[in-house]
Design a protein around this ligand. Sequence first.
Ligand code: PXP
Length: 247
Amino acid sequence: MNEAAKAPRLRLGVNIDHVATIRNARGGAHPDPVRAAQIVAAVGGDGITAHLREDRRHIRDADIERIMAATNLPLNLEMAATEEMLEIALRHKPHAACIVPERREERTTEGGLDAAGQHNHLAPIVTRLTDANIRVSLFIEPDARQIEAAIRLRAPIVEFHTGKYAHAEGAEREVELRRIADAAALAAKNGIEPHAGHGLTFDNVQPIAAIPQFAELNIGHYLIGEAIFIGLEESVRKMRALMDLAR
Ligand code: PXP
């Protein structure tokens, strides 16, 4: 059996934050991220991802319930490790909570969470989410030290930040890809389900999708951007097809 034959089905989680970003640019109700979630469900997406930021620049508090009610898809709520976000997650009980680092002034989540450096801060948050039956995912760099920290924190999932890979070119990209592949293997060997996301596009998704241990990719900005030109259905379908071809 080759590696690909052993690989689990690779889920596609669609991050719909940027539908809300466009809505918020005018302050009204259009375009509605709920409609995006329904389209993702209709074309076979496996999950919805959304990041409730401290400054609410994408989705807002009221969107969480609406998004969860709109489809049967699991919600992966991205959240900073703060008491405010923990309370919101515990109230809504999404399928999963992905803990991300957050700095108000950044344009996007620019790097992974320092799970190793923040063990004592993260440990009670991971425990409280887990006790509420929410699957905890830690958004970390593909780095052995961070994976070891995730093991100590008993996180069932890690999501590797693929931003460096996505922005690198040539030989540097190959180095980043190797790092991600090694990290996915190390996580899986230790019983942690590896996911990946950030900066993935039609052009760069396939080498990541081919890494056999990955169970889920979370992709947002590119899919929503591409939807402007080809529609959200086609954008999600095309990404799905590229991922399937890579396995
Ligand atoms: N996964 C996580 C944890 C994220 O924070 C983000 C957004 O930064 C994504 C996936 C999706 O990244 P992108 O929008 O670049 O596809």
